[in-house]
Design a binder for this molecule. Structure first.
Ligand code: NAD
Length: 355
């Protein structure tokens, strides 16, 4: 077996910890990629992996992604991620969560956890009973930062799409701009509603046909089958469902001028960013445009630590900086000939002291 530190996904991570608790049966990995800008922040994934190597790969890749995302969002946080290796029945017990919380606590604030796939708000509330190093907890009142990150992520994406339309199409408004959305859940549905208010023409798709139809009726939009959305002729394709959709086949099918959406890890492999650029399609790097949610949950955490104002206006102010950051990336890309994802990675690496 290859040692994990020789694997391609290992990127000088500062700490990779295997947590075993025999009593509760917990097996978890906590990976801290970088604490250069602050504590490593990133959610905990609860997942049944066919091979333990896949869990390690997830922890290594996702924690590096969080370093880049937090740095580009201007947050005083580094990148970290935890994965809990579930059995095939995905048995999750209070004892497991308690043992996991103790492991987070023992890191003394170097790692700040949150929800991710398979971990609910209630699970995180249980973890927070034993450690203060938790973000993404429920908040009270409409004016507080935190709570469901979906609407904040959607707001950042909406602003990012407008910036892309201005950069690529030279248009200052969304009137008649055709946007095709893949996935209309928490994030995609929010983006669609904001776009509809500004007069965009929408084509929607979702594997849940009912969800798609209900939103299409509400917004006077059109629904297409989920396998057809990537070839719809449009101005903007907005992926808000799955990752890795931008591969040779997916990019070949696109008939748009811009790709800008919230799904994580949209590019299947590093060469797919340059391939989009070669086809003349402007790409909004995913971890830059989809940072609205992390901005909200981080400010909620920093507010609890008395390190930031507990004010939703601060969240909105920071989300409003996303379009400017994208514009900076696109201008640099126009100047250097690198693709936008390459520019974003380079800027993020410089911010975390690895330039
Ligand atoms: P969600 O589960 O609320 O919505 C996802 C939607 O996509 C669902 O309606 C689902 O039916 C649909 N879907 C799944 N597969 C599809 C397919 N093949 N074609 C069309 N539709 C499909 O999830 P969400 O919170 O809206 O997140 C969407 C994406 O954004 C994910 O990739 C997530 O990792 C990413 N993201 C979310 C946030 C957030 O704040 N929620 C933040 C950053 C990134």
């Amino acid at each position: 077996m290859t040692a994990f530190w020789t694997e391609t996904d290992f990127d000088d991570h500062e700490l990779v910890q295997l947590v075993r608790d025999r009593k509760s049966g917990l097996t978890a990995i906590i990976a801290l990629h970088s604490t250069h800008l602050g504590p490593g922040a990133g959610g905990t994934r609860f997942w049944h992996y066919a091979e333990p190597e896949a869990a390690m790969r997830d922890a290594l890749r996702l924690s590096r992604g969080m370093s880049y995302k937090n740095a580009m969002a201007g947050l005083p946080m580094g990148g970290g991620k935890a994965v809990i290796l579930a059995d095939s029945d995905k048995t999750k017990t209070p004892e497991m969560l308690a043992a996991f919380a103790d492991a987070v606590d023992a890191l003394g604030g170097q790692y700040v956890t949150a929800e991710d796939v398979g971990i609910s708000e209630a699970d995180m509330a249980a973890v927070a009973q034993r450690t203060q190093y938790v973000s993404g907890l429920p908040v009270e009142g409409e004016d507080a930062a935190g709570g469901d990150p979906g609407p904040f992520t959607a707001l950042g994406i909406f602003l990012g799409i407008k910036a892309a339309v201005k950069h690529k199409l030279g248009k200052d408004n969304m009137d008649g701009v055709h946007v095709a959305l893949q996935g209309v859940g928490s994030v995609g549905g929010g983006v669609a509603r904001l776009l509809a208010k500004e007069g965009a023409k929408l084509t929607l798709s979702d594997i849940s046909e009912d969800r798609c139809r209900a939103l299409a009726t509400e917004l006077d939009a059109e629904c297409v089958a989920s396998d057809a959305i990537m070839s719809v002729p449009c101005d903007v394709f907005s992926p808000n469902a799955l990752g890795a959709i931008l591969d040779d086949d997916g990019i070949g099918r696109l008939d748009c001028k811009i790709v800008a959406g919230g799904a994580n890890n949209q590019l299947k492999r590093p060469e797919h960013g340059p391939l989009l650029a070669k086809r003349g399609i402007l790409y909004a790097p995913d971890y830059v445009i989809n940072a609205g949610g992390i901005i909200s949950v981080t400010l909620e955490y920093l507010c609890r630590q008395d390190e930031a104002p507990c004010d939703i206006n601060e969240v909105r102010k920071r989300i409003a900086l996303i379009p400017g950051r994208l514009e900076e990336i696109w201008q640099e890309s126009d100047k250097t000939g690198e693709s936008p994802d390459q520019v974003a990675d380079r800027l993020a690496q410089a911010l975390i002291g690895r330039g």
